[in-house]
Design a protein. Structure first.
Length: 224
């Protein structure tokens, strides 16, 4: 019993991103190994796939995708393009915080937007086959698994993660408080613009942390 509790605590209380043989030696490495770059892109693709599944579930999406959906409806553009615009705007907000983007930051903006823009129309039929609740959990898990690969690649934070950690450092406030405050505002703004807020958004908020912890624990075991 104690050994099981110890194992669970090691998984869910992980406090740092592990390094593997394919992790970049530094976050601002612009010439990573081909394997590292490929896995970074694969992780970001999975992230976009998970986001796309959440969108087509029509059961509620991630906080930032609530905003992306709202803007897409307001300006009659695709969710993928809306996501790209939001990422670019957030990246601009990095400059007052004196943050430096990495290769992973740029690829984050490009790959997630392209993946969502291309996949959402293609996987609409999922909603006719699978239960929306199942799609919400599946989408959240895939986002977390993609996040784990992307984080372990160690090629720079995503625009949203960088903004949150940058504000936390500048104003000496807990990351958890900054994350909650920003995402609460983003969800509210996105909802006002017509984005989809629902049970899927709540599922994501509850499970994304534990799922990312699981991915960070087990992904390094797949390839030492």
């Amino acid at each position: 019993m104690k050994s099981n509790l110890k194992l669970i605590s090691k998984v869910f209380l992980i406090t740092s991103v592990p390094k593997t043989t394919w992790s970049s030696y530094k976050a601002h490495n612009i010439t990573p190994k081909l394997e590292t770059f490929f896995l970074l892109c694969f992780g970001l693709f999975l992230f976009g796939l998970g986001e796309s599944i959440l969108v087509i579930s029509q059961n509620g999406v991630t906080p930032w995708t609530v905003l992306a959906e709202g803007i897409a409806k307001k300006f009659n553009i695709g969710v993928g393009l809306s996501t790209f615009y939001i990422s670019c705007i957030v990246l601009i907000l990095w400059f007052p915080l004196k943050l430096k983007p990495g290769l992973g930051t740029i690829m984050n903006i490009i790959i997630i937007a392209l993946t969502m823009g291309s996949l959402i129309p293609l996987i609409q039929f999922f909603n006719e086959i699978f239960n929306p609740l199942f799609l919400s959990i599946l989408g959240t898990f895939i986002v977390a698994f993609g996040s784990g690969i992307y984080l372990i690649a160690n090629l720079g934070p995503g625009t949203r993660d960088g903004l949150m950690t940058g504000i936390s450092k500048k104003y000496d406030k807990p990351i958890s408080l900054i994350r909650f405050s920003i995402e609460f505002f983003i969800v509210f703004l996105g909802w006002l613009l017509g984005g989809t807020f629902g049970i899927g958004t709540i599922i994501f908020a509850i499970f994304i942390g534990p799922f990312i912890s699981l991915s960070l624990k087990f992904i390094p075991m797949l390839k030492k």
